[in-house]
Design a protein around this ligand. Structure first.
Ligand code: UDP
Length: 249
């Protein structure tokens, strides 16, 4: 498919992959998948597969980058060379630097950084497989991994993209919709407070479309929040029951 080529994005009220306009892709969340990280999460959002790992809080190095009043959040988003159709050149590029910055900023309002002066909280997001929306999948996974690491947070952050394809405002764009559609707007928010912590837009939306997109994203973030919360509860219930069985034995 080439840019500008006519694609029939919508047919009989359904999208190319059979979803309705306001339908999320399948989401799977697993907590605590890595032994050596303080907190971790594996997350699937449709065909996106991502891992988030958290280290810290620990002493910030180099020392001159320390903040005497609060912890510094380091966030590294990285796309594996095998995660895309055409092999991606390994290492950081402009896109990953931008996504890392936006993702870090999405967490700054919730992490209680003032508890850990001079410390660093490190978040690593590795994209293993991509199908658009990797930054949102990464933020959702990082949020769960931060909670798994026991980092004090005011709340979880949830994230999803909305956009415009075939003249319709739709939720959670896949790669074809993202690459050939008219607009893409990834959003991160504290779902329980409807507070937006990150918002980007690629393309154009009218004021009305923007409002409708925001509403779709808010509803979806509430759903994602519940999935994040359930995954964390399941993980810690399991851990508690193992401990109990050990005590009984
Ligand atoms: N993509 C790619 N190669 C790249 C960057 C992106 O194939 O070097 C694909 C990938 O599937 C990604 C999608 O384009 O998920 C959309 O990328 P975008 O920059 O919009 O970020 P995302 O939607 O993943 O947050």
């Amino acid at each position: 498919m080439k840019k500008g080529e006519e694609i029939e994005f919508i047919k009989d009220g359904k999208r190319l992959d059979g979803r309705t306009f306001d339908e999320l892709r399948n989401i799977k969340i697993e907590v605590g998948v890595l032994e050596r990280a303080d907190g971790s999460c594996y997350l699937e959002l449709g065909d996106n597969k991502v891992i988030a790992a958290v280290y810290g809080p620990r002493e910030m190095h180099p020392r001159h980058a320390q903040d005497a009043k609060m912890a510094v959040i380091k966030f590294r988003y990285n796309m594996a060379p095998f995660s895309v159709d055409d092999r991606k050149r390994p290492g950081p590029d402009r896109r990953s630097v931008e996504i890392s910055k936006v993702s870090r900023e999405a967490f700054e309002p919730v992490i209680m950084r003032e508890y850990y002066p001079k410390a660093a909280i490190e978040v690593y997001v590795e994209i293993l497989q991509s199908d658009a929306g990797t930054r949102t999948a990464g933020i959702n996974a990082a949020s769960v991994a931060l909670a798994d690491a026991g980092i004090p947070m005011k709340d979880l952050v949830s994230s999803i993209a909305v956009g415009k394809v075939g003249g319709e405002v739709v939720l959670d764009l896949n790669a074809v919709e993202d690459n050939y559609g008219e607009a893409d707007m990834p959003i991160a928010m504290i779902a329980r407070k409807n507070t937006i912590t990150a918002l980007q837009m690629d393309g154009r939306l009218t004021k009305d479309e923007f409002g409708r997109g925001l509403k779709l994203a808010m509803n979806a973030c509430h759903q994602i929040y519940e999935l994040q919360r359930t995954a964390l509860i399941e993980r810690y219930n399991k851990r508690e029951s193992v401990k109990f069985e050990e005590r009984e034995a």
